[in-house]
Design a protein around this ligand. Structure first.
Ligand SMILES: Nc1ncnc2c1ncn2[C@@H]1O[C@H](COP(=O)(O)OP(=O)(O)O)[C@@H](O)[C@H]1O
Ligand SMILES: [Mg+2]
Length: 262
């Protein structure tokens, strides 16, 4: 059985389903991208997998099985045990998720200490080590900063560092590079690839940028209006798909210096 199996789920926020008959599976160390225009249900799917649908959001049909466990039956306590450790999520703009009145170090050590029974000093040390692994030049300085004192790329790295603190088996990344400039995007993408290579982390990447998906993914799922419109391994989607919507998305990928990245 794959590490993650999503079997024919329907997700709804009210009476009408938002996502219908969605299935996917993911093996250790693989990257699957969910692509599709805004509103197609990408965030809804990964939030359902993470057990954190907002508002009245609910998985009404199907199963989600992670490392052999049925997640839809999990209690709050069971979720607390795996969130941040076995499974992590990074958000589109980690900066917006950070408390602006708290220094990064205070937030990060608090996060660490909700997962591990260690002293503040040890938590600070661990935080700094993780930040430096994410190639943040001076982890110590970053810990002493307020979020607004960091660039968007640095904040996003802090978000990824936090998400990776416990080397989760599964990382859910919701448009992790969308708010960043192209150079920083490329760096973050490379770092995520390293995580997969160094730790065997499996990643579900949500992106509206098929160029990023093409670069990173083993498998690509194209979503449209809450259903899977097309899917396949990377090369199939890029070179052999006959789906008109997939073609439209491919045509929308900008070319850089005359070469298109897909
Ligand atoms: N908190 C919410 N409450 C009610 N409906 C929501 C909520 N979040 C998303 N939706 C519905 O789900 C649809 C898909 O949204 P989303 O999963 O965020 O798409 P994407 O990430 O592909 O842009 C939206 O068009 C909206 O109708
Ligand atoms: Mg979204």
């Amino acid at each position: 059985m794959a590490m993650l199996e999503v079997n024919d789920i329907t997700i709804s926020y009210g009476t009408r389903p938002t996502v219908k008959n969605f299935s996917m599976s993911l093996e250790e160390g693989k990257i699957c991208s969910l692509v599709g225009e805004s509103g197609s249900g990408k965030t809804t799917v990964i939030r359902a997998i993470f057990g954190l649908l907002p508002g009245a959001g609910k998985v009404t049909e199907g199963d989600i099985i992670f490392a052999g466990d049925h997640l839809l039956n999990y209690s709050k306590k069971e979720w607390r045990k795996i969130r941040g450790t076995e499974m992590s999520m990074i958000f589109q703009d980690s900066g917006a998720m950070m408390n602006p009145t708290k220094k990064v170090g205070a937030a990060y050590t608090e996060y660490i200490r909700t997962h591990e029974n260690i002293s503040k000093k040890e938590a600070v040390k661990k935080g700094i080590m993780m930040l430096e692994r994410m190639r943040l030049p001076s982890g110590d300085n970053v810990m002493q900063s307020y979020p607004f004192q960091l660039s968007g790329g640095m904040r996003q790295r802090v978000g990824i560092a936090m998400g990776m603190t416990y080397q989760p088996k599964l990382l859910l990344a919701d448009e992790p590079t969308s708010a960043l400039d192209v150079t920083t995007q490329a760096q973050i993408v490379r770092q995520m690839m390293e995580l997969k290579e160094n730790y065997g982390t499996a990643i579900i990447l949500v992106t509206h940028n098929l160029g990023v998906a093409a670069y990173m993914s083993d498998h690509i799922i194209v979503m449209r209006n809450g259903v899977i419109e097309d899917q396949g391994d990377r090369d199939h989607i890029l070179y052999h798909s006959e789906n008109a919507y997939t073609h439209k998305l491919l045509e929308a990928v900008p070319s850089i210096g005359g070469t298109r990245y897909v």
